[in-house]
Design a protein around this ligand. Structure first.
Ligand SMILES: Cc1ncc(COP(=O)(O)O)c(C=O)c1O
Length: 352
């Protein structure tokens, strides 16, 4: 019988993780971006996982991005922080000599692109001192990346001290917590962490799944820490409104509104679906318990589209009746039938 004792390299999947995943491998394997219920079921599971992970590390669900593992999370964190730094004219990165190769190799690549990388040595005890980080910080530093726990010798670094130093100086702080999440308490707020990488196969989850936590306000606070006069609350508010307004307009121009995008998707799925308010703005908010849609189908093409919707399983949850191609919603409590002669209206409401 083999005795496995290398849980730092990888772990066996737990029965609970296998049981949690199996329905989504065997039954609800739809694409989570698909509009029909099978896809939505998968999407709900992903959002639930995002909420659970966020809770474990003290983050908000929207701050969690799933990746293919710890290496990708490390790469993304470091490369995006470096790009942000470069835009602000800052090209110095601080790390230490005992990081995982996912970090070391990314730093090497950045050195090749002109970044200056300081690799601090650790002490005899394998621990990096926060004082050494403080001494290495300068006005050109855009990122400090220090692992939470080491994969070879198991030392735990003074993350919250290093994070606090970085926050004070307006420098982004990333920690590779691949060997820590699921083993020791990790709290991104207590650790003043801007970005954190983790990997499921280190804590009895599947291989090929990881996540990156990125603090929502990290980039903004980083930019906001330039030298200069402190801004008043009013200044900041006005600047925020202006920025948000500009940003929203830019996104709308480039990608359309969420409603228009969802409408486009629906029209592609069911050619013939028309209407001026076809998809009630998809409620993609993290906590939305249900997804509600409306499609308007008109005339002969509408009937074809309705048939297509039925084939796709969209009508399975629909609280309507189809009558000669005209759909009527179920009578309201008042008895009002809400019929439209000119168009077929399918109010698809997922009852979850
Ligand atoms: C500290 C550390 N960072 C990153 C990784 C890479 O994680 P993954 O195997 O999920 O890419 C590992 C894996 O051994 C690790 O121990």
């Amino acid at each position: 019988m083999n005795i496995y004792a290398d849980n730092a390299a990888t772990t066996k999947m737990s029965k609970a993780a296998i049981a949690a995943m199996t329905p989504y491998l065997e039954e609800y394997y739809g694409n989570p971006s698909s509009l029909y219920s099978m896809g939505q079921k998968a999407k709900d599971a992903i959002e639930e996982a995002r909420r659970k992970i966020a809770r474990v590390i003290g983050a908000e669900p929207r701050e969690i991005t799933f990746t293919s593992g710890g290496s990708e999370a490390d790469n993304q964190a470091i490369l995006s922080a470096a790009a942000t730094g470069k835009r602000a004219g800052k090209t110095h990165i601080i790390s230490d000599a005992i990081e995982h190769h996912a970090v070391l190799n990314t730093l090497k690549k950045l050195e090749g692109e002109g970044f200056r990388v300081t690799r601090l040595p650790v002490g005899e005890n394998g621990i990096l001192s926060a004082e050494a980080v403080e001494a290495a910080l300068d006005d050109d530093t855009c990122l400090v990346t220090v692992m939470t726990a080491n994969n070879e010798i198991g030392t735990i670094q003074p993350i919250s001290q290093i994070g606090a130093l970085c926050r004070k100086r307006g420098v982004l702080f990333h920690t590779d917590a691949v060997q820590a999440v699921g083993h020791i308490k990790v709290d991104v707020a207590a650790g003043y962490t801007d970005m954190l990488s983790a990997s499921a196969h280190k804590f009895h989850g599947p291989k090929g799944v990881g996540f990156l936590y990125a603090r929502r306000r990290a980039e903004k606070s980083y930019r906001g820490r330039r030298s200069g006069a402190r801004k008043t609350r009013g200044d900041r508010k006005r600047a925020g409104h202006r920025r948000n307004g500009r940003r929203a307009r830019r996104i709308r121009r480039r990608h359309g509104t969420p409603r228009r995008r969802a409408y486009g998707e629906a029209r592609q799925t069911h050619r013939g679906a028309v209407g001026n308010s076809p998809l009630r703005a998809e409620r993609r908010r993290e906590n939305a318990a249900s997804v509600e849609r409306q499609l308007l189908f008109r005339g002969r093409r509408g009937r074809i589209a309705a048939a297509s919707a039925r084939r796709h399983g969209h009508l399975r949850f629909v609280g309507i009746r189809l009558h000669f191609g005209i759909a009527r919603s179920e009578p309201r409590p008042s008895g009002d039938r809400q019929t439209s002669r000119r168009r077929t209206r399918l109010a698809a409401a997922d009852p979850r």
